[in-house]
Design a protein around this ligand. Structure first.
Ligand code: TYM
Length: 325
């Protein structure tokens, strides 16, 4: 099992946590898990070097604080495992230009600016992602809904390689938990929660009071009833999804508990649930960041373990495509 997350913000957000990271933690119990902080992907858009270094450490600290156990999981930073870009090159040579051009995330991101300002790295981004996954022969990749297309490309490339050069890669499957596959923006519950729209995004590391206030000011819908109805009540439904995921109560239980109560009650109480969840996480993050030397050691050990597996796959690939040993 492998998954990755970009260190492109000062904090992960609730969508990252509920869509993916929660599954990362749970799957440690049952799978051989590899978790990668994808800093190579982070430079596909303009970035500040010192900020990237800081955010890579903050990302690692958050993963540890959320419950990733570096004894049970291989937790590592992508740039410390050179096999990733090495395999990526080979897979780039397997991928069609048209096929890569159809990736919707690339189309969305590149549509916002002049093409000469869009990096070639942003274009090949999904192929590097495929390399991340294929190096570890992953069977499952826990992600949110927005990564489904990249996972399909990964399978296509793996299949093509296997077809041309002989069975080499395991075909990975996206592991997407339906209920939380897409958490919506609190200010625009028809759009995905993502780092670009701050008012509607709850960050795990933001001041708890501010996070609770964001929930209290979430856009809700017309009417008064608290029922799960994504079509007519996307705002309330999103809050119920978040509430259910954070407490383990089912949506039906929540609907029953809030019968006769108003949106204000729901938002106030969900705000409290959220504060209770993020406050201890923040304390742990702070303590991991107090000792960055130790944090860097944990990541170095992770990279060493990752390399053992990655080097093995890359060796086979190089041999199959005809490179000298
Ligand atoms: P990234 O860094 O954007 O997001 C990390 C994870 O969070 C999920 N996610 C969401 N889930 C539900 N609702 C949301 N609003 C929401 N926003 C984000 C994402 O689906 C993702 O699982 N390309 C990847 C990083 C990557 C990767 C990989 C993932 C690189 N290599 C290999 C898996 C395997 C990305 O940008 O995720």
């Amino acid at each position: 099992m492998l998954s990755g997350i970009q260190p492109t913000a000062d904090s992960f957000h609730l969508g990252n946590y509920l869509g993916a990271l929660r599954q990362w933690v749970a799957m440690q119990e049952t799978h051989d898990t590899f978790y990668c902080i994808v800093d190579l992907h982070a430079i596909t858009v303009e970035h500040d070097p010192e900020l990237l270094r800081a955010r890579t450490r903050v990302s690692a600290a958050q993963l540890l604080a959320l419950g990733i156990d570096p004894e049970r999981s291989t937790l590592f930073v992508q740039s410390q495992v050179p096999e990733h870009p090495q395999l990526s090159w080979v897979m780039e040579c397997m991928a069609g230009f048209g096929e890569a051009s159809r990736m919707t995330q690339f189309k969305d991101k590149s549509a916002r600016q002049a093409l000469d300002r869009v990096s070639v790295g942003l274009f090949t981004y999904p192929i590097l992602q495929a390399a991340d996954i294929l190096l570890y022969q992953a069977n499952f990749v826990p992600v949110g809904e927005d990564q489904r297309q990249h996972l399909e490309l990964t399978r296509d490339l793996a299949q093509r390689f296997n077809g041309r050069f002989g069975q080499t890669f395991t075909l990975p499957e996206a592991y997407i938990v339906k209920d939380t596959a897409k958490i919506y923006d609190l200010q625009d519950p028809t759009a995905k929660m993502s780092k670009s729209v701050p008012a509607g995004v709850v960050e795990l590391l933001e001041e708890p009071k501010k996070a609770a206030k964001k929930i209290r000011s979430a856009v809700t819908d017309t009417g008064r009833e608290i029922v799960y109805d994504t079509e007519n009540k996307p705002g309330v439904s999103n809050l119920l999804t978040i509430y259910s995921a954070l407490t383990g109560k089912t949506v039906a239980e929540l609907e029953a508990a809030y019968e006769g109560k108003g949106y204000g009650d729901l938002k106030k109480e969900l705000g409290e649930v959220l504060v209770e969840f993020i406050t201890p996480v923040q304390a742990k993050v702070k303590s991991y960041l107090d000792d960055t030397a130790e944090l860097d050691k944990v990541l170095a050990r992770g990279a060493e373990r990752a390399r053992e597996v990655a080097a093995d796959t890359l060796k086979q690939v190089y041999d199959r495509v005809g490179f000298l040993a």
